[in-house]
Design a protein around this ligand. Sequence first.
Ligand code: A2P
Length: 312
Amino acid sequence: MTALKFRNNDEMPILGLGTFRSEPNEVYNAVLSAIKIGYRHIDCAAAYGNEKEVGNAIAEAIKQGLVTREDLWVTSKLWNASHGEENVIPALKQTLEDLQLEYLDLYLIHWPVALKKGTEMPEKASDFIPLSEVPLTNTWKGMEAALEQGLAKHIGVSNFNENQLKEILVTAVHQPEMNQVEMHPFLQQDALQSFCVKNDMLLTAYAPLGSLVDDNSTLRLLENDTIKNIAKARRMSPAQVALAYTIQRGIAVIPKSINEARLLQNLESLNHTLTEDDMALLKDLDKGHRFIDGKFWEVDNGPYTADSIWKA
Ligand code: A2P
């Protein structure tokens, strides 16, 4: 499988380039190199603080004749400080300006968490707005307006649990077509996947390599023995095994890399197929472990807890 099909038959390449924690000075080369070797899907977000550099790289790739705009699938995300119907289009227009694009292929609500305008990362309770004051359904109306105005070809969400998805599905005129969440062999989210499939919603896995963000974690996905043994037997790298597993579950993956050899290695995971036995062994690795645990949304007397975000 090389692409996921949307309701109108638009196809999103199943493997894209993640740009979270790619420093502005590194991301330009990463995006340009990625496009040169065949990546056609770039995953961005206003919050990553590097959309201008991503935009410069996309513009350069188009200028060099490597690709046309239509060849690319570009996703971005609405930051938490722009929840609320009236704030969506201005935030999206800023992202489009930064990326030097006329439209996005996919625009997502980044988190079911609302912050006061101008807040990058919250430090105290007063930095937040509770969802009772700015309901997700209200922000969704802004997303629908973006779709109707042609600024985004598809709209969806990220980090949403089943209850939050249900809340939107009840009132949506245009239903969310994508939920982007953390997924890898240690966090397989079977129940969420079934719910999304039932509701004709696609999934994208972020941190598909078990993100190295949690440096204190003793759990290292790519050092897991089962993954390493399968990698050895199939002449793949551990990263390719992790990516192939999620891809074979019908889920898109957006591994981040700023290193040319690893960019290529990750793209080449598309050339490998795991056997049913491999898939069964990998299925057993599920531990429900989140590397991105959401605890950064918890402050004293704040309106959000990690549990309120993840537990449906
Ligand atoms: P680097 O950018 O130096 O390649 P995730 O996408 O799960 O968040 O993981 C990204 C992390 O994994 C980054 O630190 C990235 O580092 C590293 N990484 C990306 N591709 C590979 C690979 N094929 N093998 C090992 N580490 C990788």
